[in-house]
Design a protein around this ligand. Structure first.
Ligand code: KIV
Ligand code: NA
Length: 264
């Protein structure tokens, strides 16, 4: 079967079908998610935290993300791969945004790009989509702006709901094929989803968006410690890997590994 296309996601919305999206940053997870039928994989700038160990997403660069994009594209056959434009690579204006998006398409080989910002990034979205590159928008809480937003906080509560709606209309009008809604009240996400003809993808946005996205290490329980409220852990990979690691080390210490069958 062929790759998922942006029009398949719009058609899914018209049929009222929901779909899952995950981040991926390497070949093994990409291949598993692709085979498991996840239609959209995001090589997120959250690689900053989840691969490179930075405190925030701000430091990560296109040079760091592009090899991960290439790995995920190479490892997949079905999923649509979205490359996340890092902080500093599109804010200067439409020309810079288009230049970076073209780099992601040519050097990364992804099928769409994502950037953060609503009305303030409409001109960038127009420039990129005008060049034939699909754009996924991202509004509500946008981690690259955490210092302006005052940390990880729900956006669009009370009267601020109108701000989220205005951002959603602006990105759809500018040509985005989908929009991520991060940490907005469920009622606001529901209104945006009903109003827009493009799919919404929620993260901490309640059950009424067209798609749902999670960072894969959160979904699979590889990241330990306190997780945001919107995370559900579907596995305990950290526990499984810790266990395997301890057994390996124990067997080496005890002289049980390698055994005869592992020896030439
Ligand atoms: O970088 C990322 O992981 C994201 C998703 C959570 C939407 O932008
Ligand atoms: Na991101």
């Amino acid at each position: 079967t062929r790759r998922v296309r942006t029009r398949d996601l719009i058609a899914a919305k018209e049929r009222g079908e929901r779909w899952a999206m995950l981040t991926s940053y390497d070949q093994y997870t990409a291949s598993i998610f692709d085979q498991a039928g996840i239609p959209v994989l995001l090589v997120g700038d959250s690689a900053a935290n989840n691969v490179f160990g930075y405190e925030t997403t701000l430091p990560v660069t296109a040079e760091e993300l592009l090899p991960l994009v290439r790995a995920v594209v190479r490892a997949t056959k079905h999923s649509l791969i979205v490359g996340d434009l890092p902080f500093g690579s599109y804010e200067e204006g439409p020309a810079q945004a288009l230049r970076t998006a073209v780099r992601f398409m040519k050097e990364g080989g992804c099928h769409a790009v994502k950037l953060e910002g609503g009305r303030r990034c409409a001109a960038q979205i127009e420039a990129i989509t005008g060049a034939g590159i699909p754009v996924m928008a991202h509004i509500g809480f946008t981690p690259q702006s955490e210092h302006t937003l005052g940390g990880y906080r729900v956006q669009g509560r009370g009267e601020a709901a109108e701000e989220v709606l205005a951002d959603a209309r602006a990105v759809a009008e500018a040509g985005a094929f989908a929009v991520v809604l991060e940490m907005v009240p469920g009622e606001v996400a529901k209104r945006v989803t009903a109003e827009l003809s493009i799919p919404t993808v929620g993260i901490g946005a309640g059950p009424d968006t067209d798609g749902q996205v999670l960072v894969w290490q959160d979904m699979a329980g590889l990241r330990t410690g306190r997780a945001p409220r919107f995370v559900k852990r579907y596995a305990d990979l950290a526990g499984a890997l810790t266990d395997a690691t301890r057994r390996f080390a124990d067997e080496v210490r005890g002289g049980e590994f390698p055994a005869a069958e592992h020896t030439f």
